[in-house]
Write a protein that binds this ligand. Structure first.
Ligand SMILES: [Zn+2]
Length: 171
């Protein structure tokens, strides 16, 4: 178990250490605990991780393609509005386009969120911290990772974070 400082500290940054041991430090650099020993922080075997890496790379490609496409669509809406000089009439005349542009922008934001999560997971595969919850430093369940390889948090922390988010959103 990690000291409570790590559990409360929000994000923990695992530090690869000597001889297969694994330490965790908070953002301010204090080392607050040891994750464990053995073959490293990731218990997942290499073949499994490689297959998840493939899934993540595929997902990244798909998201980037979709973002490209949406960017084009948003630009094409903007272009069709460009030649019109009567700026005041835009909202009324091009209401559909404005709505559509906003809708696309919202979807793009969501996609960019997922893309950031996918990139984060790939980066954690590189630095050997894939599968470690970025909030509490515990291992994320393997089944969870196989279902959602991009997740950064264990199920407990995810639940807490979602609750906090819902509270902030005033729900
Ligand atoms: Zn956690």
């Amino acid at each position: 178990m990690l000291p409570s400082a790590a559990l409360k500290g929000g994000t923990v940054l695992p530090v690869p250490a000597l001889a297969g041991e694994y330490w965790v430090r908070t953002r301010d650099g204090a080392i607050v605990g040891r994750l464990g020993t053995g073959s490293g922080p990731t218990t997942m075997d290499t073949a499994k991780m490689e297959s998840l890496r493939g899934t993540l790379l595929e997902r990244r490609e798909r998201i980037e393609a979709e973002l490209d496409q949406m960017g084009d669509e948003i630009r094409s809406f903007a272009d069709t509005q460009e030649p019109d000089v009567g700026a005041k009439n835009h909202m009324a005349d091009d209401g559909t386009n404005v709505f559509e542009t906003e809708r696309l922008a919202t979807i793009s934001d969501d996609l960019r969120d997922v893309l950031a999560q996918v990139n984060g997971a790939l980066a954690r595969m590189e630095d050997g911290t894939f599968g470690i919850c970025q909030r509490c430093g515990q291992r994320v369940g393997e089944e969870r990772l196989e279902a959602f390889p991009h997740v950064a948090f264990c199920i407990e922390c995810q639940t807490i974070l979602e609750r906090e988010h819902a509270l902030r959103a005033g729900r």
